[in-house]
Design a protein around this ligand. Structure first.
Ligand SMILES: Cc1ncc(COP(=O)(O)O)c(C=O)c1O
Length: 431
């Protein structure tokens, strides 16, 4: 059990951006080594071949399209930075989040490996999609624990590649998120306790039943599947790198973290691409489930216990992924926590776009990076600590849209559909 996060810092309002309560914590990572190369420890987690193989594979899938990288110059000016870019994952494969890049890719790999064990040949995704191994694939059950988006992506992957699927959800997962998983034909089991409890329960059940577990985290004992998940996530970073303005890479990345797989994958891609010139990288977590914040300060993985619950449901994890650790342990330059009310504030800000930018639909967990930026941008000492100034170029990954449409409407006061309607009108006016 670790101590509660230190009290947040409050600061001046940056250029009219209204954040009712700016409570956050910020700590530099004592083990950060910005000058270090992407070394043996990091390559043992993810190497170039794995990243390239995942990207090449996912690009062939039906419905694949890069998500938009949206520039927000009005908000950037209000925050006193040079550029702000938001990678909008709300449209990824029609599932509303970045997660299919990891979960569905890992399902494909697990099914392909299992078919290969029976047939002696690794099938392509095209063959699986065409039903060439329907009998083999149909005999496989994949399973996963989730607080929402990962389970949806695994269920979609199972539906796409022709196998059975069982998803364990936590007590706090809303009925809307549960239905979204069941809609792909998955059996959904509601498990008491936290996300970490559900991870353990599904692993035990899989062991008994002979199912293939698709975890998005690792306790260190099994790494093959969580590595596939992280390899898939790197495509999101690769797309962003290709979409950023030529010659002006980001100076700062604010990456929301649950178990840290997403943040580590993005950090790895930027590290391999820019070396020691990579952006200053911060992890951002809900204050009450800040396992990365506490682990990075401690210098070793620390489990957070107690009330592991947050409006940022996808980030409500108490234990870091041991697979992500070798990357973020030295690759993250700083760690942040944000209080829950900052997430809905960030959602409303994106939707209202009061600084003349394109209105955007960002979900609770997807805007945590923005919430972190808003908090730091309004605080002079915090800005100084991370070197955020008028020349900074910030990149955010908006990792989900309105994946829970009801909750989105409740928190923002308008539906995602209404915000998208204003976005379409904005685009029409600015063409
Ligand atoms: C929308 C969203 N963003 C970010 C994350 C964090 O990813 P990770 O658990 O790999 O840190 C999640 C995890 O479920 C998520 O659903």
């Amino acid at each position: 059990m670790c101590p509660p996060a230190p009290a947040g810092v409050t600061g001046n309002d940056p250029g009219g951006v209204t954040v009712a309560m700016r409570l956050f914590s910020l700590a530099l990572n004592p083990a950060a080594d910005h000058a270090a190369g992407y070394g043996v420890a990091q390559s043992a987690v993810l190497d170039d071949d794995q990243m390239q193989a995942a990207a090449a594979e996912i690009r062939t899938w039906p419905g694949y399209a890069p998500t938009s990288l949206v520039s927000l110059p009005g908000l950037a000016a209000a925050l006193g930075i040079a550029e702000l870019h938001y990678k909008d994952e709300g449209t990824r494969f029609g599932l509303g989040s970045f997660k299919p890049l990891g979960g569905a890719y890992a399902v494909f790999r697990a099914v392909a490996r299992s078919v290969a064990e029976r047939t002696g040949e690794m099938p392509s995704s095209r063959e699986l999609l065409d039903g060439a191994h329907r009998d083999s694939a149909g005999g496989i059950t994949v399973c996963a624990a989730t607080d929402g988006n990962h389970g949806r992506s695994v269920a979609w992957g199972a539906h796409t590649f022709g196998c059975r699927c069982v998803i364990y959800i936590t007590e706090s997962v809303t009925p809307a998120r549960e239905q979204a998983i069941a809609a792909f034909g998955a059996e959904v089991v509601r498990h008491p306790g936290s996300y970490d409890d559900a991870v353990r329960a599904v692993a035990e059940r899989a062991e008994r039943e002979g199912w293939l577990v698709i975890p998005d985290t690792s306790d260190g004992s099994s790494v093959t599947v969580p590595r596939d998940v992280m390899a898939g996530y790197t495509l999101m970073a690769e797309e962003a790198i290709g979409q950023l303005p030529e010659g002006r890479p980001p100076t700062h990345l604010f990456l929301q973290a649950g178990v840290g797989g997403m943040a580590a994958a993005v950090c790895a891609k930027f590290w391999r691409t820019y070396g020691h010139q990579r952006p200053f990288t911060l992890s951002v977590e809900p204050a009450q489930c800040a396992c990365w914040y506490h682990s990075l300060i401690a210098g070793h993985p620390v489990a957070v216990t107690g009330e592991i619950d947050s409006v940022m449901a996808g980030l409500a994890c108490g234990e870091v992924s041991r697979l992500a650790w070798p990357i973020l342990h030295t690759g993250a330059d700083a760690a942040m926590t944000v209080e829950d009310p900052l997430a809905p504030e960030a959602m409303r800000l994106l939707a209202a776009a009061p600084h003349g930018d394109l209105p955007l639909v960002g979900g609770e967990s997807g805007v945590a990076g923005l919430a972190g930026l808003l908090a730091v941008a309004g605080d002079v000492p915090a800005r100084r600590t991370i070197g955020l100034d008028h020349s900074s170029r910030v990149l955010l990954f908006g990792t989900e849209g309105d994946t829970d449409a009801e909750n989105y409407t409740l928190l923002v006061g308008r539906s995602g559909a209404e915000v998208r309607y204003s976005a379409a009108a904005f685009t029409g006016e600015h063409q």
